[in-house]
Design a protein around this ligand. Structure first.
Ligand SMILES: Cc1ncc(COP(=O)(O)O)c(C=O)c1O
Length: 444
């Protein structure tokens, strides 16, 4: 009888893991496996150093292998590995909520903890709907998202999200009563803008038309990313977010910002809300909250919304939550990450490096197939013309070439997105873009 095969962590068989958002067959034929990480670099299983141009997946804003975080998590798992989250507590989520409230945009000082960006999105939508009922506005049930928006993969976030590839297979089962604003990508008018593009604030007026169509009394909330990340770094035109805020406020519609990507310093300041001077009613986060070390999300809720829930009869005010809400290890990681962010002033670093970053990125504009470059803070995108043989092929080839050449970039379709850890140095910016430029030339 043959021995059952033993899983081997260093050299596993690849067949059994169904990888998320991955071309499983192509990947397994030609895997890209990472083994360790330190500072700005990953190390691949074949021993190569890979410069991280993406903070993992927009997560590791303080860079990799931060001892302060791993030690805090190790201490915590040895002290209190888990505590039930319903009708029981432990001190850490309270302490974390206090720390987060202190850096939040004004008023957003009540924190609901989740385990991911998707859960944060669905939590925010549910809070918005339940709030409208709580204040006697129960007819406000419609939700509004935006084309090309990404709010994760739960049915709520998927429904208000606007990325066709994610929605197509589920289209008949998405939430009813959802509309979408137009997206703000306008390469014709805004190509190669530095920072926020000048044209397109009027796209927010589409909300007025939805109000005219449905009646404000039927609309609960609008949810947008202040900057669309996953769809390829689509920046809000100057004045756009302000206009959305003005229209939502005038009609009693809640405004939800999904800051899963923009939160924790990506565009300068703790949140995009602060950088661009618009305060939503609810704000969602995840990713950088723990520097990616332990899964966690946080929903920031305005005091007045929380207060409305606290008016009813005694008892559970919101029938919603997760077994792992406020998990001890996640809280320990988040507290340690916040310490680093503040000690190293990383939220300010994206602004400090913005000029250098944008100038370097815009220096790629004459390379083959480049049709647009967008940049702000420490985030950017290089959009390529699609290969006539198929949309997305060129982006994928550039991504793979960069990985072979020692840099991690991210492609969505034919857009290469860059969001390095906020600890990046100028020479590393140069190196990252040199590798990207080399790949673009080689594949021209
Ligand atoms: C804006 C935004 N919202 C939500 C999510 C979903 O987060 P998660 O993958 O942690 O569920 C993402 C992930 O990239 C995101 O970018």
């Amino acid at each position: 009888m043959s021995e059952p095969s033993q899983p081997h962590a260093a050299n596993p068989r690849l067949d059994d893991y169904w990888m998320p958002f991955t071309a499983n067959r192509q990947f397994k034929a030609n895997p890209r496996l990472l083994e360790s990480a330190e500072g700005m670099y990953y190390r691949s299983v074949d021993g190569r150093q890979i410069l991280d141009g993406c903070a993992g997946l927009w997560c590791c804003n303080a860079g990799h292998g931060r001892r302060e975080i791993s030690e805090a998590v190790a201490r915590q798992v040895a002290t209190l590995d888990y505590a039930p989250s319903f009708q029981m507590g432990h001190p850490l989520p309270f302490a974390l909520a206090e720390r987060l409230a202190a850096i939040a945009p004004p008023g957003l000082n009540k924190l609901f903890f989740t385990n991911s960006g998707s859960e944060s999105a669905d939590t925010a939508l549910k809070i918005a709907l339940a709030y409208q009922r709580a204040i006697g506005q129960g007819t406000r049930t419609r939700l509004i998202g935006r084309e090309l928006g990404y709010h994760g993969v739960g049915f709520g976030g998927l429904s208000v999200g606007g990325m066709l590839g994610n929605r197509r297979a589920f289209s008949a089962n998405l939430l009813p009563g959802v509309d979408h604003l137009p997206h703000t990508l306008d390469i014709e008018r805004n190509a190669f803008s530095r920072g926020l593009p000048a044209f397109g604030a009027e796209q927010a007026d589409a909300l007025e038309r939805l109000v005219a169509l449905h009646g404000a009394e039927n609309i609960a909330a609008v949810m947008v990313e202040p900057m669309s990340g996953s769809a390829g770094v689509i920046l809000p035109p100057v004045g756009y977010l302000q206009r959305l805020r003005e229209i939502t406020r005038r009609h009693g519609i809640l405004l939800i910002f999904d800051e899963v990507i923009t939160g924790f310093g990506r565009v300068g300041e703790a949140f995009a809300s602060q950088r661009w001077g618009v305060v939503p009613d609810i704000l969602t986060s995840a990713k950088g909250l723990t520097n990616g070390a332990v899964p966690m999300g946080a929903v920031f809720v305005h005091q007045y919304i929380f207060d409305a829930f606290m008016q009813g009869p005694d008892g559970i005010e919101l029938f919603h939550g997760y077994t792992y809400s406020g998990h001890p290890l996640a809280c320990a990681a988040a507290l340690a990450a916040l310490d680093i962010y503040q000690k190293e002033e990383l939220f300010q670093r994206a602004v400090a490096l913005e000029d250098y970053w944008c100038a370097a990125l815009l220096g790629l504009r004459d390379l083959p197939h480049v049709v647009d470059i967008r940049c702000v803070g420490l985030v950017g995108a290089v959009q390529l013309a699609a290969d006539p043989a198929g949309a997305g092929r060129r982006g994928q080839r550039v991504f793979e070439q960069c990985f072979r050449d020692g840099a991690l970039v991210r492609c969505t379709g034919d857009t290469l997105a860059l969001s390095p850890p906020l600890i990046i140095e100028r020479e590393q910016i140069d190196r990252l873009l040199e590798i990207l430029a080399g790949a673009l030339r080689q594949l021209a």
